[in-house]
Design a protein around this ligand. Structure first.
Ligand code: G3P
Ligand code: CA
Length: 276
C-alpha cells in the first residue's frame, strides 16, 4: 500500500460514460461515445472482445443477440461479418421526458460494430484530454491474447508506455486479477483497475492484490459498505465506482469522495456534481 489518499471533492470526480451515453444511445456504438463527449464526459468506458480474426471490438455480451439484429458469439465471427450487423435498431431513441443532448447520430456507420481502434481514434483526435477505461471481457478464453492485442493496439497510438513523468489517459480494467496482472507485465506503467462485484474478505480492509492501486467496486457494495472508500484511501488505493445512475447513488459517491464515477447517464451525473 502507499500513502493515504484524501477524499475527493465533488468537482474533481471524473465522470466516465459507461458503454458511452448508453442510457440514451445504443451502447458501445460510435454514436454513444460521441454523445458522451458532447455531453461533457471526462472519460469513456468500453468492454473489449476479440473477433475470430483477432480484432478487438467493443461489445459487452459474449453474443451479439441482445445489441444487434444478428445472432452468434463474437469470438466465432469475423469483423467483416460483424460489420454487416446493425447495433442500433434494438434501442428506442431517447424520449422527450428528460432533456438530453445528443448530436445527429443517424449517419452511416454510427450504429455499426465499433472497433477499439476507431474508438481510440475518436479519443486521441478529441480536443480535450479524454480518459479511457477499457475492460477486458472473459480473458481466460484466449489465454493472454486479449491483453497482447490490446497492448499492441495501444502502443500504435502511443498510449501503452507513457514517458517518465507522463500518464496515459488509458487504464485497463477487469474482474479477472489474472488479466490485470498480464496487463501490468506487458505495460508496467499503465494504470489498471481490479473490478469487484463483491469484496473478498482479505480485501475488506481496503487493500488490493500486490501491484493493483485502483479498486472498481459496484455501487451496490458501497450502499452496504460505505466505509470501504475511506479504507481503500487509507491504504493509498483509489476507488472507481460503477454503475452510478440514480441521484441517491451519485450523492453517496460524492459524500464518500470516490475517485471516479462510471455511469450510463454522464449528463445527469455532471449536472448533479454541479458541472452541468
Ligand atoms: O465499469 C465496470 C462495469 O462495466 C462492469 O460491469 O457488466 O457493465 O461490464 P459490466
Ligand atoms: Ca464494462
Amino acid at each position: 500500500s502507499g500513502p493515504a489518499l484524501p477524499r475527493r471533492a465533488a468537482a474533481d470526480i471524473p465522470v466516465i460514460a459507461h458503454r458511452g451515453a448508453s442510457e440514451d444511445v445504443p451502447e458501445h456504438t460510435l454514436a454513444a461515445y460521441e454523445a458522451a463527449l458532447f455531453q461533457g464526459a471526462d472519460g469513456l468506458e468500453c468492454d473489449v472482445r476479440l473477433t475470430a480474426d483477432m480484432h478487438l471490438v467493443c461489445v459487452h455480451d459474449r453474443r451479439v443477440n441482445r445489441t444487434s439484429n444478428g445472432r452468434g458469439v463474437v469470438s466465432t465471427l469475423e469483423l467483416a461479418q460483424l460489420r454487416q450487423l446493425d447495433f442500433g435498431s434494438w434501442k428506442q431513441p431517447p424520449g422527450d421526458s428528460e432533456y438530453v443532448e445528443v448530436p445527429d447520430l443517424r449517419r452511416e456507420g454510427a450504429h455499426r460494430v465499433l472497433t477499439l481502434e476507431r474508438l481510440l481514434e475518436l479519443v486521441v483526435d478529441h480536443p480535450r484530454r479524454v480518459e479511457m477505461a477499457i475492460e477486458t471481457k472473459h480473458p481466460t478464453r484466449y489465454a493472454g491474447l486479449v491483453e497482447e492485442h490490446l497492448v499492441a493496439l495501444l502502443d500504435r497510438f502511443g498510449l501503452a508506455h507513457p514517458r517518465l513523468g507522463e500518464r496515459s489517459p488509458v487504464r485497463v480494467m477487469s474482474f479477472s486479477a489474472m488479466s490485470v496482472r498480464r496487463i501490468r507485465r506487458l505495460a508496467p506503467s499503465l494504470e489498471t483497475v481490479l473490478l469487484l462485484d463483491r469484496v473478498p474478505l482479505r480485501f475488506r480492509d481496503g487493500s488490493l492484490p500486490r501491484g493493483a492501486r485502483i479498486a472498481g467496486p459496484g455501487i451496490h457494495i458501497l450502499r452496504t459498505h460505505p466505509e470501504y472508500v475511506a479504507r481503500a484511501h487509507s491504504m493509498g488505493n483509489r476507488v472507481h465506482v460503477w454503475t452510478v445512475d440514480q441521484a441517491s447513488d451519485i450523492d453517496l459517491c460524492v459524500e464518500l469522495g470516490v475517485d471516479a464515477i462510471i455511469s450510463n447517464r454522464p449528463q445527469a451525473v455532471l449536472a448533479r456534481l454541479g458541472r452541468g
